[in-house]
Ligand binder design. Sequence first.
Ligand code: ATP
Ligand code: MG
Length: 343
Amino acid sequence: MAEHIIGIDIGFGFTKATDGKDFLVFKSVYGEAAELQFRENLLGKAKHDEHLQVEINETSYFVGELAERQSSSRSFTLDQNQFVSSSSKILALAALSKLVHQPKQSIKLVVGLPIGHYRQYKDELAIMLKTTHTFTAVDADGKSTDFDITVSDVRVLPQPIGTVMDRLLGSNGTPKNQRFATDKIGVIDVGFRTTDYTISDKGRYSERGSLTTRNGISRAFTKIGAKLKEACNIDIEIYRLFEAVDSGNIKIRGKAYDLKSITEKSFKQLATAIAADANTVWADDWDIDAIMITGGGGAVLAPYIESQLEGVVIPIQQDLDYRLHNVRGYFKFGLYTWQKKEK
Ligand SMILES: Nc1ncnc2c1ncn2[C@@H]1O[C@H](COP(=O)(O)OP(=O)(O)OP(=O)(O)O)[C@@H](O)[C@H]1O
Ligand SMILES: [Mg+2]
C-alpha cells in the first residue's frame, strides 16, 4: 500500500501543508485556547474549516486565524529560539489534524527549514517529529478526536529547494524535467519575514550561495502601513494588507484610500534590495543556468525583481498560489524518496 506522505512548510508568515490532494494554509500563529462561549458561528458552516485547535500535553492551543481572534493570552508568532523546540511541533500537529483522516495512522513527513536554520536544526527537527504523537484535535462544535499518529520517517529540506523539486519531479514523484536535475539553478524565496537565497546544483542543495535576509514582503507592507497611519491614524496589522495591496485600495471607516503609488514605490525599493543581494551572493556563480523566484512574496515582487537580476529567470508555474510551490515539492520529494526505496 502507498505510504501516507505529507509535506509541511512552516514559514514565519504561513504554515503550508499538503497530502498531495488537499492543500492547507494557515497563519503561523498560536495561542492558548480560551473557552469559546458561543460556538455558534453566524456565518455557519463555511467558517468551520478555519477552526484549528489542538491539545498537546494537556495544553489546548488555538492555531492560525482562530488564535489571532480568540486567544486571550498573547499569541506568539514564530520566534527564532522557539522555532524548532515548540512552535514547529504545534504548527505541524495542527496541520496533521486536518490532513490525516485516520486517528491512528502511520505517516512519513517531508518538512522544510529556513536556510539559516537548516544546518543547525535539521537533525533536531527530524528527531522531534519522528515519534508517535498523541494529541487531541477539537473541532468548531467542541467535539474532540484523539490522534495517535506515528511518524515513521522524516526528511528535512532547505525551504526553497521545494520549488526546484516541484519542477524536477512529476506528480507521481518521478523525475520529469531533466533540466532541473542537470542545471545549476538559483532560487530566491521571498516570504513574509525573510528572503532566502539558495542554489540547486544538479538537483542538490549547495550551502555556498545560500543566504537569508530580513527582506521579506513585510518590509514593504510596514511602509505601506506607516503611510496609512499618517493618512488616517489607524494601525493596520501588516498581514491584513495583502488583499488591500492586491486590489489597490482599502476602505477605513467608510473612506477609500488609494494604495497604488505607495505600493509601487515600496515594492520597487524592496525588489531592488532583493535583487542586489542576489547579484552579490551569486557574484562568483557566473555558471548559474537560471534563476527562479518563489514564495508568497515572489508572487507580488517577481516582475520588479526580475528586471534587476543578472541572469535568466525561469517563471514558476502559474497553476498554484506561490506560497505553495515549496510544499508541493516536499510532497513530491517524499514520493520520490520512499516509493523508490520500496520498489
Ligand atoms: N492569497 C494570499 N493571501 C495572503 N498572502 C499572500 C497570498 N498570496 C501571496 N501572498 C503573499 O505571501 C506572503 C507570504 O509568503 P510565504 O507564505 O511564502 O511566506 P512564509 O514562508 O510564511 O515566510 P518566510 O519565508 O519569511 O518564513 C504574504 O506576505 C503575502 O504578501
Ligand atoms: Mg517560506
